[in-house]
Design a binder for this molecule. Structure first.
Ligand code: ANZ
Ligand code: ZN
Length: 857
């Protein structure tokens, strides 16, 4: 027997797998299909622990599925556009493509060293023109469908990345990539109208039974559906008089979820960015303070605005609006906590019911009219039947935002108030009848801003023509290629690159300019998984027949940080391409596994600055890829955070060595019988053999079920139990006995084969080597069928019971597992007959599978 040497085995087998084309995905086979996918990486450089664990999980699922008889699509590629490449190029005076393709090569080699079973022929690289061409084509399809819009609005600008960001890329006011504070700027940008799909994106979350609840919850919150009403207020003239005959222009609409509180509206608010504000105050004494507030609000960062407890600032505009429900005039203020792009950007302020309005009213001495009360409120007895206002303001500690009874609210007094309440229904109905309100639904979700002012991205296929406006690049002219001759370090951009910018208009043929923005890299990752089904197609992004045959993805695996970003965008793309007639399903990913991070032994995040990074490459160099894979899987449930224990990996390496030895031993190929205890006790040998035979079936059942549920750690623990049972058997027998006894010989071979197969998805190199050498088989174990099991054979026919007298264990007996209780009690009494002599049995307790307790005095 050779010693286990992963450093010799692993590279040799990787080469053999490659030469045999083992992971080439078969086409047109009639086996059932399974699509196993891990989120493709950004080519940042080395493989880190996050890659290693994510891709190991996927590899186990893929290999297991193959052994279960599926045709498995398990591809890999690179999300290769983006800023780091551009920044590196600027720093090193080179081209982003050089940095990117070098890193891809490095990572690809690392992934191969880990033994991942990718079909490299299907590799997709997002910065490859053969790929990004189709991203441009999809852009044109979106455009044809009215899902592309170019518009001017306040946008998120990251000063350090030098580009705009989508709302989803602003995490608590900071850039998702570089963590800088994000500023607001008014810019004309390109948008994908994801809001057209808001309702469906929300509704279809219900279909996603294989997704973690928390991810679905995050998406639902992000989409943020609010049911409420639009209510029209009428603007008074500069003298404060309501127009006799109000026109469209005199109306300012608010969005509210609490129309029931309309009688408590004591002022009215506009967002500082509202276009109305300058018009309202122009040439008045209020102009200066209001415009100062507007200026100051621009400097308030998004982070500060998002903080609810931030001090609120406001200024009176000198104007009034009329409350449609009671004809009351209320003052119009500008408030810096009003968001311009939610609802209508205007708010009816109800300080008694809304905490933000409450604080604002306190600060600026505006009335807090009590119109909703809890029945235990001291004011309730006095006001409960009051339809008109008798109490004009209260000095509460805080707003009352619970359900309650409406008071001082005209004919609505006495009704229940609150979100979706009887009162709210009634007020909206009344407003509708007056023609001053209507039911509406608001979403928090905003359109996806996809244009970026950077070079290393997919060029937006549009042309600006003086005569024809903004026109699309004709399909046959795709791809719009990135120019290679660009000196980023010298400050050159697509916009300054004459060769790129100057073109002719495809409509009128006159000189025109190319669009110089590129697309958000998240557009590349929104459909790469479709391309894998048909990666070399030159006539379209993919053949719908192939995509529909393979998709949706059966198991998707990636980080939780994409809970909203990538996973929401991909769902959107899928729905649009379905509506284009290219896909016949609604959701891209049937089952989603979000892996938790691997932390250091103290529970800290691994980072270069902390110097606590565990490098998978170094670990491979020491213990081989199989031990690293097995240990990563053994760390804990994939979705949880896991601690990297220093001693864990050597422990796993030891286990693999033991397994190596055991399999040889079972096959009679260990040169020495080092395990054997020295003499064969036939009864003990038979007992060990019986137990091993049961374990063989139980463990196969357990490992199968565990892998199906992505519980890789418990699967390995179960294999260790089988290995323990094998060890007991090997200690109780010698090689000669095992060879001479036909049952033992058959059992040994079967267990050896089962061990090798169960480990095959986890430690593919070790298993393949044992398959060929120790088991003497041909081919590759990962193409072999997964072992069967018989749950009946996993059941013990005999069980051991402790026999106690008054709670003290006296002896142990073996009984038939299905023996009836009286028989068991009799056997127990017989076993302790001596101790019972002269005593009287008072009581007997039988705990099946464990013990018999006899109470005797
Ligand atoms: C009156 C009112 C009374 C409100 C009350 C709440 C409680 P969600 O649930 O998030 O949709 N609002 C509307 N547009 C706003 C904007 N652009 N900026 C800031 N706040 C805005 O919240 C809807 C509520 O948020 C609306 O209902 C409105 O205040 C406020 F006791 O109207 B409410
Ligand atoms: Zn033109």
């Amino acid at each position: 027997m050779k010693a286990y040497n992963p450093h010799e085995i692993e590279p040799r087998l990787q080469l053999a797998w490659d030469e045999a084309g083992l992971y080439t995905v078969p086409e047109n086979s009639d086996k059932p299909k399974k699509y196993v996918l891990e989120m493709f990486p950004y080519p940042s450089g080395d493989m880190h622990m996050g890659h290693a664990s994510n891709y190991t999980y996927g590899d186990v699922v893929a290999r297991y599925s193959t052994m279960r008889g599926f045709d498995v699509l398990h591809p890999m590629g690179w999300d290769a556009f983006g800023l780091p490449a551009e920044n590196a190029a600027i720093k090193h005076h080179s081209h982003p493509a050089i940095w990117t393709y070098q890193n891809i090569e490095t990572q690809k080699n690392s992934f191969s060293r880990m033994g991942f079973s990718y079909d490299w022929d299907r590799k997709v690289v997002a910065c490859d023109p053969e790929y990004y061409r189709w991203g441009q084509w999809i852009f044109l399809k979106f455009w044809e469908r009215g899902l592309v819009e170019r518009r001017n609005s306040p946008v998120n600008w990251c000063p350090s990345c030098g580009t705009v960001l989508a709302n989803e890329q602003v995490i608590e006011g900071r850039c998702w990539r570089c963590d800088s504070e994000v500023e607001k700027r008014d810019l004309t940008q390109w948008y994908y109208k994801i809001t057209d799909y808001a309702q469906e994106l929300l509704d279809d979350l219900d279909q996603l039974e294989g997704w973690p609840e928390r991810v679905k919850q995050q998406q639902a919150n992000w989409i943020g559906r609010s049911e409420g009403a639009n209510v029209d207020f009428i603007l008074c003239d500069t003298d404060g008089n309501a127009p006799a005959d109000p026109t469209e222009d005199d109306i300012i609409t608010v969005f509210t979820t609490r129309a029931d509180t309309l009688f408590g509206c004591s002022f009215f608010l506009l967002a500082p960015e509202s276009k109305l504000v300058p018009q309202l105050v122009a040439g008045t004494e209020y102009e200066q303070p209001v415009m100062e507030l507007v200026e100051a609000a621009k400097k308030v960062t998004a982070v500060e605005r998002a903080q609810g407890d931030r001090e609120k600032h406001g200024a009176f505009t000198g104007r009034y609006v009329v409350n449609p429900i009671n004809g009351e005039k209320v003052p119009v203020w500008v408030g810096d906590y009003i968001v311009a792009d939610y609802g209508t950007g205007a708010v009816m302020a109800v300080p008694c019911g809304d905490q933000r309005d409450f604080e604002f009213a306190r600060k600026y001495n505006l009335p807090i009219i009590p119109i909703i009360l809890g029945e235990d409120d001291p004011l309730y007895p006095q006001l409960k039947d009051e339809q008109s206002r008798v109490v004009t303001s209260v000095d509460w500690e805080e707003a009352y935002n619970a359900e309650g009874k409406l008071v001082q609210s005209g004919c609505f007094t006495g009704m229940t108030g609150g979100k979706h309440s009887e009162g709210e229904e009634a007020v909206v109905t009344a407003l509708q009848e007056m023609g001053r309100g209507k039911r509406t639904v608001e979403f928090r979700l905003r359109d996806w801003l996809i244009s970026r002012q950077r070079y290393w991205g997919n060029p937006i296929p549009a042309i600006h023509c003086e005569h024809c406006g903004v026109v699309s690049v004709p399909e046959e002219d795709l791809p719009v290629r990135l120019p290679e001759d660009i000196d980023l370090a010298a400050g050159e951009t697509l916009a300054t690159h004459a060769g790129f910018v100057n073109t002719t208009c495809p409509v009128c043929g006159e000189p025109a300019k190319r669009e110089t923005d590129t697309m958000d890299t998240f557009t590349c990752s929104s459909w790469y998984y479709m391309r894998y089904t048909d990666p070399h197609n030159v006539h379209g992004p993919f053949d719908p027949a192939k995509a529909n045959a393979w998709m949706p993805v059966d198991q998707y695996i990636g980080g939780i940080e994409h809970a909203i970003l990538h996973l929401l965008y991909s769902r959107f793309f899928t729905k649009v391409l379905r509506d284009c007639g290219l896909l016949d399903f609604d959701e891209p990913f049937t089952n989603l596994l979000c892996q938790g991070m691997v932390l250091d032994a103290h529970g800290d995040v691994m980072s270069k600055s902390k110097g606590n990074v565990v490098s998978p490459e170094e670990m491979i160099a020491e213990y081989g890829a199989d031990a690293v894979r097995a240990y990563i899987l053994f760390l804990g449930p994939p979705e949880k955070e896991k601690l990297w224990n220093e001693d864990g990996l050597p422990g796993m390496y030891k286990f693999l060595n033991r397994l190596w030895r055991q399999v040889h031993d079972l096959m009679g190929k260990a040169d020495e019988d080092t395990l054997f205890a020295g003499s064969v006790d036939e009864k003990a040998a038979q007992a060990a053999a019986d137990k091993l035979a049961r374990e063989r079936h139980r463990v196969v059942g357990k490992v199968s079920a565990d892998i199906e549920r992505n519980n890789f750690n418990t699967a390995i623990a179960a294999i260790m139990e089988l290995s323990n049972a094998a060890g007991e058997f090997l200690r109780a027998t010698d090689a000669e006995t095992r060879a001479a006894n036909a049952d033992y010989a058959a059992l040994s071979q079967e267990v050896a084969e089962v061990l090798v197969k169960l480990m095959a998805p986890i430690t593919p190199h070790l298993s393949d080597e044992l398959w060929r050498t120790a088991l003497g088989r041909e081919g590759f174990v990962c193409s072999e069928p997964w072992p069967e099991f018989d749950p009946e054979k996993a059941k013990a026919d005999e069980v051991e019971l402790a026999v106690q007298i008054c709670g003290k264990v006296k002896t142990r007996i073996m009984v038939a597992a299905d023996a009836p209780e009286p028989e068991i009690l009799e056997a127990a009494r017989a076993a302790v007959a001596d101790a019972l002599a002269g005593k009287q049995v008072k009581k007997e307790v039988y705990v099946p599978g464990r013990l018999v307790n006899i109470v005797a005095v």
